[in-house]
Design a protein around this ligand. Structure first.
Ligand code: GLU
Length: 279
């Protein structure tokens, strides 16, 4: 096969895989702090929250099973005090998370109810992955909620964890949730457009990779770099989540949360962001 036919064959397979995303039913959607807040003020981006609530509620209407992993509790807490940068002290950030989480749920409750959608709050730690009875209990309640057509809204229980709050990371949390419920798809919405072949800030030829089938050292290298002052994680935790999803054979899409109708477009098979899926 010539290189050109090989390339067009590959394109065809990638298109087919994107097309199959519309058949996914149990979907975990994670939205990062940088997408849910205004970076300059740290205040919640209500316009975006409203759009996500609309999209997710509409998908439940289509009989999809939706689990929403939210970040931005710390940011919402900081915003209450006019701050836009996390503290150096862990316990202070835990306090902000405790203040912000309630606020966040209050706003979600208000907005989702506008669309007639019931929601529930679940706060997890990584113990739900490692302690078997916790895993089983978390799975049972999540499945119960989605069977009731309720959207579980999950965050990390930041008051009882220290490591996670520092490295941040609802990316890992969402991968864990996707495995606990045997999801068909994980969508990570963030402030980056996908995985680039190089650094787009310094290399104008850097392109977004439409699909990645394996997280090897090249991909890991492309993912170097930290997150923002409000959120955490950065690319590294996303790539780690992708690796876990590839191992578990759950497709994952990393895509820009600022794009309109992003979740519907991903499910319609549009080639946006980067799809991680085993060949
Ligand atoms: N659990 C943290 C919060 O709600 C977010 C962690 C992260 O940035 O992924 O603020």
């Amino acid at each position: 096969m010539t290189k050109m036919t090989e390339d067009s064959e590959l394109k065809k397979i990638e298109k087919q895989k994107r097309g199959q995303l519309k058949n996914t039913k149990r979907i975990v959607v994670k939205v990062g702090t940088s997408t849910l807040t205004y970076p300059e003020t740290g205040k919640l981006n209500l316009e975006r929250i409203d759009k996500f609530a609309f999209e997710l509620s509409d998908l439940v209407g289509q009989d999809k099973e939706i689990i929403f992993v939210t970040s931005a509790a710390i940011a919402a807490g900081l915003g209450q005090f006019g701050l836009s940068k996390r503290s150096e002290r862990v316990e202070k950030n835990q306090a902000f998370a405790a203040i912000g989480q309630g606020m966040l749920m209050h706003i979600y409750e208000k907005i989702f109810s506008e669309y007639g959608q019931k929601i529930a709050q679940i706060l997890l730690t990584k113990d739900a992955n490692t302690v078997e009875h916790q895993r089983q209990n978390a799975r049972a309640v999540l499945l119960e909620l989605i069977a009731m057509k309720v959207i579980p809204i999950i965050n990390e229980n930041d008051a009882v964890v220290v490591d996670e709050i520092q490295i941040g990371d609802n990316d890992t949390l969402s991968a864990m949730v996707a495995k606990i419920v045997d999801a068909d798809l994980l969508i990570l919405l963030t402030d980056i457009d996908g995985v680039y072949t190089g650094n787009p800030r310094t290399n104008p030829n850097a392109k977004i990779l439409n699909e990645i089938n394996e997280v090897n050292s090249d991909v890991e290298q492309m993912a170097g770099g930290a997150g923002t002052s409000l959120g955490t994680g950065g690319m590294i935790t996303k790539i780690r989540a992708a690796k876990e999803m590839l191992d578990a054979r759950i497709p994952m899409v990393l895509a820009p949360g600022k794009e309109s109708n992003i979740i519907h477009r991903i499910l319609d098979g549009e080639e946006i962001g980067t799809l991680f899926e085993k060949r």
